[in-house]
Design a protein around this ligand. Structure first.
Ligand SMILES: NC(=O)c1ccc[n+]([C@@H]2O[C@H](COP(=O)([O-])OP(=O)(O)OC[C@H]3O[C@@H](n4cnc5c(N)ncnc54)[C@H](O)[C@@H]3O)[C@@H](O)[C@H]2O)c1
Length: 379
């Protein structure tokens, strides 16, 4: 039995707890949140025996093997560093850290400690995204010619909408490019097997002044009725990026959280010399395959029709759709396979190295926005 301590019981923490509750061979011993009430509530909801308010309680607990770091970005570096130094394995929320320097340090420390790392880029774990990756990487699309896509949300589309993500001190130098951009660039790098090598970014703050609630609000919480103060927003809520992949193929990506009607709408399209592939989070079980000389195809998530290597991710019989919880669960399955195997198994999972590469893309986008020109992503 692998024993887990989870830190951060806001929006994403309980989603981790739900997935962990469904995994065999794993038990969560303690939930921590600086807001003790939230920690207690989450622990009670998922039958976790202990809760607390200080992350050191789980880091210093010799019974705990794995730490899930579900805190806001600001705490990723410090908590993950302490966990690694304490000999724990760590599954972190994205982004890995606030900046490249912190991310690099975490990768080096994890290597030194031989820790089994994971980072929650869960969208790659939808079964048909895994299927697309197998097909595109083995050349079914031919040469990848171009990639495009977007990620739109509307939960920050009113002046009264608030999140710590808008604060430089809590989030780092970026709000949405770090938050949603990291998911999207993970998706397209994972599926194509190619790297983003060069970028030009254009960022904007479409709502420059907001009402900040005087009490804590969690992600996606509706906050119109609470007492608030006016603040000038420091970080971007819109970001558009042109990029070049390592094979020279061009791409484009736009994201914003102020798009009324768009909830968690991410999609991407891969155009190859032989055919095209597309996926859209709103129809997460559907893989679209586009042809020139014959009718287009739609593959609906199906363990008997998918490649044997991706069938296990489509864990229900065809016609029983999987969702976001299951994508997180699929990632955890791979992560815990690696933990159980002492580093063997779960090879498809994103690691701290993946998180570090995402930070390199982010830094290049931010630098290019400042310079108003193309910037190479550091190797
Ligand atoms: N992978 C995904 O799809 C996904 C989705 C949402 C959020 N996230 C990531 O998860 C992280 C948390 O985001 P969220 O949306 O859950 O935020 P949230 O504000 O809803 O929750 C964060 C929680 O952490 C607690 N907290 C803050 N500092 C702490 C500390 N030092 N020790 C213990 N607890 C602390 C807060 O009290 C709060 O309950 C972010 O880094 C975000 O990018 C990832």
């Amino acid at each position: 039995m692998i024993t887990v301590g989870l830190i951060g019981a806001g929006y994403i923490g309980p989603i981790h707890l739900g997935a962990l509750a469904r995994l065999g061979g794993v038990r969560v011993k303690t939930v921590i949140d600086v807001n003790g009430e939230l920690a207690q509530k989450a622990a009670a909801a998922y039958n976790v025996p202990n809760s607390g308010m200080d992350h050191r309680e789980v880091i210093n607990d010799p019974e705990i093997d794995v730490i899930h770091n579900c805190t806001p970005n600001k705490y990723h570096y410090q908590i993950t560093k302490e966990a690694l130094e304490g000999g724990k394995q760590v599954l972190s929320e994205k982004p890995l850290a606030m900046d490249l320097k912190e991310a690099e340090e975490l990768v080096e420390l994890a290597e030194k400690k031989r820790a089994i790392t994971g980072i929650d880029f869960c969208y790659r774990y939808y079964p048909v995204v895994q299927e697309m990756a197998v097909r595109v990487r083995r050349g079914d699309a031919g040469a990848v010619r171009m990639v495009s896509g977007s990620y739109f949300q509307d939960w920050l589309s009113r002046e009264t909408d608030w999140t710590w993500r808008l604060l430089r001190s809590e989030s780092g130098e970026s709000n949405i490019t770090a938050d949603l951009g990291s998911h999207w660039f993970d998706l397209i790098q994972f599926v194509t097997g190619l790297k983003v090598e060069e970028v030009i970014g254009d960022l904007a703050t479409l709502i420059p002044v907001r009402r900040r609630p005087t009490r804590q609000v969690l992600a996606f919480e509706k906050v119109e009725e609470v007492e608030s103060e006016e603040v000038k927003v420091e970080l971007e809520d819109y970001s558009s990026v042109l990029f070049r992949l390592s094979n020279g193929a061009p791409g484009s990506f736009t994201t914003s959280q102020v798009c009324a009607g768009r909830k968690s709408d991410t999609e991407f399209q891969i155009y190859g010399s032989d055919c095209s592939y597309a996926w859209n989070h709103k129809e997460a079980t559907v893989l679209w395959i586009g042809h020139r000389e014959k009718a287009n195809e739609i593959l609906i998530e199906n363990p008997t029709l998918q490649d044997p290597s991706t069938a296990a991710y489509a864990s229900l019989p065809a016609g029983h759709p999987l969702g976001y919880h299951d994508a997180v669960m699929n990632l955890f399955k791979d992560y815990y396979e690696a933990v159980e195997g002492g580093g063997k198994g779960g090879e498809l999972r994103p690691t701290f190295q993946t998180g570090f590469e995402e930070m390199k893309i982010l830094e290049a986008i931010l630098a290019s926005h400042k310079k108003r020109s193309w910037v190479e992503v550091k190797v």
